[in-house]
Write a protein that binds this ligand. Sequence first.
Ligand SMILES: [Zn+2]
Length: 234
Amino acid sequence: MKYVSRKLLIGIIIDLVLLAVILLVAFFVQAEEIETDCEQGSTGDCYEKCIAITFDDGPHGKDTERLLDELKKRDIKATFFLIGENIEQSDYNKELVKRMHEEGHLIGNHTYSHINIKSVGCDKALSEVSRTNEIIQDITGEKVVYIRPPYGLYDEKFLDNISMVPVLWTIDPDDWDTTNVSRIVKNVVDNAGNRGIILLHDCYDSSVTAAVEIIDQLTKRGYHFVTADQIILD
Ligand SMILES: [Zn+2]
């Protein structure tokens, strides 16, 4: 009986060692796969230093165009929350929206005339949002899924009426309130962290200059820029 128990015990120990070896091998194989994905620039890997840069209140003519040029040079994908009436303002702005889509940026809704959704009433809010969705969809051919409510204000009742995903932010340098580029850059870089969402506005020259500097500094620090949907859905 004593002999059988010892044999059984040795058997269990061998099984446990084998199991540990299998688990270790599986772990390293998985780690290797993740690393490979990262080199390919996919998004599933960016679990360490992943950040999204988002721009509200555009499109805004030359400022937006300069931003798109700089993003393209660096192969950075951003997220734009557009105002419907700004898109309709000119064919030039409509072309910018087309370009955003073609160059792989994520486009979301920022209402038609930058309303406070909470204060205008549900009907007005719904019409502003659906009108803007139609304008964007006419240009890109794609359904608009994401919305950034102006001022970050909305209520759950409103959300129940639209099948869209709200996107807020985690880093806000109040770029609309200053033309001091270094102050905007410092605020964002100091507050940057994994899965952060940076809020900027592509309707100011200083914000576009700051955005480029922010991208360059954070890239040097090892950040991967992804579109906001990848932060939210990951
Ligand atoms: Zn706004």
